[in-house]
Design a protein around this ligand. Structure first.
Ligand code: UGA
Length: 422
């Protein structure tokens, strides 16, 4: 099939690359000239395992451009994958997706054939039907379901293993306005041979939010259990293994630590809470999930103070700045509240991350960034904030190590080792 993808963030680019790998022709649209040039050379503008290889091997099937006209004219399906960031009041900023829908609509108006438009961006339930559909109808001067098809197809891609998640999904969710749209998407995903759920536009949107909210809740839940375990001298990971074997619970996303970050869970939960409050309702579970997550990283500082009561003027090393290993993304990383608090308490901070230092520097330009993980150890105590493999192999040289990600290997060489929930 001929596909266009609007927005080449990690969702758009991974989807585009994987659609090409599956044999489709793909046109990626972005406003960033630098990204366009890289994609056309078969180079990934973002760090994502396996993406460079797919882009370079499928150069003939993937074109990047800033030209909406070219993209819509030469494709039958358009996926909208632009960002939906948080606004200062934590509601969603829909300006990019509205603009994308407007541009797509204008080109669909000029096009003779039928176009399938698919929203992949994460948007609150009701958005595709109540906001995107009217924009598309207005600018295309065509009717949804007749002049063009409309669907909502959420993504469940984890950064770092997004390519694998795309090619081997647990399920594919297709929300559609019209049956023809749903049938075309089923055909597009046919070769993945995975369960497909066909539903309405709004249900598909809610499945995405409920999925992220549930996963974040699972983590906050095990962190609360973990905080109890810490007091009792129990290892939460054994508890997680013990409950995880119950099929109704499952072991995934029960790794306790300093909580969840990234570009998805924090934004999605905030958007859901903000929307529900506007409905004059009080979110209970999801609000607690967020509250636990805000407090969890600060527990590391408490543990640190058990060993160094006055951290004022002391040097604290931070190992790991990315929100999780195998990504350069530091958005909402749990290292952020930790560094903030250390600076408030006037500690000197030196840090290292194999991939995320450039992004972190934008937030904290004035802390010391080390060239390698060993240099961080020249500190009064060390905090492990991201579970990078290379930190397992370090000789902690008799240091005080406060671990937020359960790198038990550190215990062997540390003088004092404390885990947040174990
Ligand atoms: C998450 C979801 O897992 C994807 O399914 C979803 O598609 C994506 O958001 C999205 O909405 O786009 P991602 O943000 O890449 O993916 O990261 P995760 O791997 O889910 O990790 C999120 C955070 O939870 C990380 O900070 C990680 O360290 C933490 N985490 C994860 C734990 O603390 N414990 C765990 O057991 C698992």
């Amino acid at each position: 099939m001929n596909i266009s993808i609007i927005g080449t963030g990690y969702v758009g680019l991974v989807s585009g690359a994987c659609f090409a790998k599956l044999g489709n022709n793909v046109i990626c649209v972005d406003i960033d000239e630098n990204k366009i040039e890289k994609i056309n050379k078969g180079i990934s503008p973002i760090y994502e395992e396996g993406l460079d290889e797919i882009l370079s091997r499928n150069k003939d099937k993937i074109k990047a451009t800033a030209d909406y006209k070219f993209a819509i004219e030469n494709s039958d399906i358009t996926f909208i994958c632009v960002g939906t960031p948080s606004k200062s009041d934590l509601s969603l900023d829909l300006s990019y997706i509205k603009k994308a829908a407007e541009e797509v609509g204008k080109q669909v108006q000029k096009k003779h054939g039928w176009q399938l438009i698919v929203v992949k961006s994460t948007v609150l339930p009701g958005t595709t039907k109540d906001i995107i559909l009217p924009i598309l109808e207005k600018y295309s001067r065509k009717k949804a379901g007749a002049g063009f098809g409309l669907a909502m197809n959420p993504e469940f891609l984890k950064e770092g293993i997004a390519v694998k998640d795309f090619l081997e999904p647990d399920r594919i969710v297709i929300g559609s306005y019209d049956k023809k749209s749903s049938n075309i998407l089923k055909e597009l995903y046919k070769n993945l041979s995975r369960p497909i759920i066909e539903t309405t536009l709004s249900t598909a949107e809610m499945i995405k939010y409920a999925s992220n909210a549930f996963l974040a809740t699972k983590i906050s839940f095990i962190n609360e259990i973990g905080n109890m375990c810490k007091k009792l001298g129990i290892d939460t990971y054994e508890v997680a293994d013990g409950i995880g074997l119950d099929k109704r619970i499952g072991r995934a996303f029960l790794d306790s630590g300093i909580g969840w970050g990234g570009s998805c869970f924090p934004k999605d939960l905030d958007a859901l809470i903000s929307w529900y409050k506007k409905e004059n309702e009080k979110p209970e579970i999801i609000q607690s999930t967020v509250t636990i997550n805000e407090q969890q990283p600060l527990r590391l500082i408490k543990l640190l103070k058990k060993h160094i009561p006055q951290i004022n003027g002391k040097t604290i090393g931070i190992l790991g700045l990315a929100f999780k290993p195998n990504t350069d993304d530091a958005r909402e990383s749990r290292a952020i509240p930790i560094v903030k608090q250390l600076l408030i308490e006037k500690a000197n901070v030196k840090a290292y991350d194999p991939k995320a230092m450039n992004h972190f520097k934008k937030l904290f330009p004035d802390i010391i960034y080390c060239n390698n993980s060993k240099d961080v150890l020249d500190a009064d105590a060390v905090i492990i904030a991201t579970a990078w493999d290379e930190f397992k192999k370090l000789d902690y040289k008799g240091k005080i190590v406060i671990d937020g990600r359960r790198l038990l290997e550190a215990k062997k060489t540390a003088k004092t080792y404390e885990g947040v929930c174990w």
